[in-house]
Design a protein around this ligand. Structure first.
Ligand code: SAH
Ligand code: SF4
Ligand code: F3S
Length: 440
């Protein structure tokens, strides 16, 4: 098969990783990637189902890009990959008025060559979405630029079944990749110049391969030559015991910016969400982490307007944000997802109330983020330079071990991928501006 393809990616890092994998599979067929849908013979939407708004955006975009078919000489194929394919299957083809040639779920990308061959043979409305416990596809390493953060999926699926969440239905049962294939993938990336990897999973802290737990995996990955920094997301609170934090403290390449969603500050809501901790337990985990790991910064996810959330429950969420001063947070309005348990309960918080609560929460979190950044002013810290500045030719971008963005002026002897000591001089948005500390 020849031709040009364009992939549009929505949702989480797992989808970005998978889009790289799809790219590799299509290139294996002799196809070439392009950066604009207008230039493509095949458009793939790699989609997300986590909230309704994400799905509506994709449906709108499919209708819009269908317009490219008008007046076109050759055929333009369109297909959907990712979580919407898994959730909706044939229904998605119907909803989009058969504008789609195929839908393919996350465990079926290795069948893309077969799907495209069947379409060439004039078959229509193809839907591949069986789960496959053994699925093993890897993202092809990015060619350019070398460096930056390379994702490595170390787990698939999720068994936590938070009552609001569609992911266990779209990604299937939790399974860990075997350690050897992970380390080999990281070695391949390092051989091509990668110096930072981000290990991905829906609850990556639950990783388990025989006797190897997640702390052990962090040790194996950080031993790979050429890798300077190992990050990971997302962690699940109850996996984070003291032993885990001690392991992080003892592995200097492992990042100390940890994303640990708490979702709600109310025990009643946490229980209804099937999160398996109380807010007291969660806050003790943060305390343990900060005690064991110097410089640790936590970020989090929060949902407002879950069914039954009173103003008092919401106040409890605000209080956690105030007490814990997260460096950053992703904050969402509850969105009922068909097929999940909570979708059977009345979505009883009016949209206006959800929006008002979200507004108050965001305002508070912005103050807390700013307070954390203010603390860095005047401090000296080591950063890993990870990319050129997107805006200014004269600047370089780096990150602290705790994952805060830092921008410094270029220097002829400073190379992307190297570490440098800097002093923070200013705050700009969510980034720190810094100057190099001479004599390091
Ligand atoms: N596996 C990760 C992230 C899953 S989705 C974890 O467990 O933390 C990312 C975030 O989206 C979740 O943490 C949650 O805050 C939010 N989310 C998931 N389902 C949602 C829903 N139905 N409505 C609103 N937000 C949701
Ligand atoms: Fe969804 Fe919960 Fe699994 Fe995260 S841990 S993916 S929120 S079910
Ligand atoms: Fe979205 Fe699927 Fe990721 S629902 S958040 S793309 S696992």
């Amino acid at each position: 098969m020849t031709g040009k393809f364009y992939i549009e990616t929505y949702g989480c890092q797992m989808n970005s990783y998978d889009s790289q994998a799809i790219e590799g599979i299509l290139e294996g067929l002799g196809m070439t990637p392009v950066l604009k849908p207008e230039a493509a013979d095949l458009i793939i939407f790699n989609t997300c189902s986590v909230r309704d708004a994400a799905e509506q955006r994709v449906i709108g975009r499919i209708n819009q890009l269908d317009g490219l078919r008008r007046g076109r000489k050759g055929r333009l194929l369109m297909g959907v990959a990712g979580c919407m394919s898994q959730r909706m299957g044939e229904e998605l083809i119907a909803v989009t008025k058969r504008r789609l040639d195929f839908v393919v779920g996350p465990d079926q990308y290795n069948n893309l060559p077969e799907i495209l061959a069947r379409i060439e043979a004039e078959e229509r409305d193809l839907c591949y979405r069986d789960f496959d416990q053994e699925v093993a596809y890897f993202a092809k390493p990015k060619d350019t630029p070398p460096g930056g953060t390379h994702f490595v999926a170390v787990m698939r699926g999720c068994d936590k079944f938070c009552t609001y969440c569609i992911v266990p239905f779209t990604r299937g049962r939790e399974r860990s990749r075997d350690r050897r294939s992970i380390v080999e993938e990281v070695e391949r990336l390092a051989a091509r110049g990668a110096f930072e990897v981000m290990l991905l999973g829906q609850a990556v802290s639950s990783y388990c391969d025989d006797d190897l737990d997640f702390a052990g995996l962090l040790g194996e990955v950080s031993a790979v030559e050429g890798i300077e920094s190992v990050r990971f997301m997302t962690s699940y609170p109850t996996d984070m015991d003291i032993g885990f934090f001690r392991a992080v403290a003892s592995l200097p390449k492992v990042g100390t910016g940890i994303h640990l969603p708490f979702q709600s500050g109310s025990d009643k809501i946490l229980k209804a969400m099937n999160r398996r901790y109380t807010i007291g337990e969660y806050e003790r985990i943060l305390e343990n982490g900060r005690r064991e790991v110097p410089g640790l910064l936590f970020s989090t996810d929060i949902i407002v307007g879950f069914p039954g959330e009173t103003e008092e429950d919401f106040q409890a969420t605000l209080a956690v944000v105030e007490r814990q001063a997260f460096i950053s947070a992703y904050m969402f309005k509850y969105s009922p997802r068909e097929g999940t348990l909570s979708a059977r309960w009345e979505d009883d918080i009016p949209t206006a109330v959800k929006e008002e609560r979200l507004g108050r929460l965001i305002a508070l979190q912005e103050r807390m983020s700013r307070r954390q950044l203010d603390r860095c002013l005047g401090q000296e810290m080591e950063i890993l330079l990870d990319e050129p500045s997107k805006k200014l030719e004269t600047q370089l971008r780096g990150r602290t071990r705790s994952n805060v963005r830092v921008i410094i002026d270029k220097d002829p002897d400073l190379k992307i991928g190297s570490k440098v000591m800097v002093r923070v001089t200013e705050i700009k948005g969510t980034s720190l501006l810094a100057v190099r500390v001479q004599g390091d």
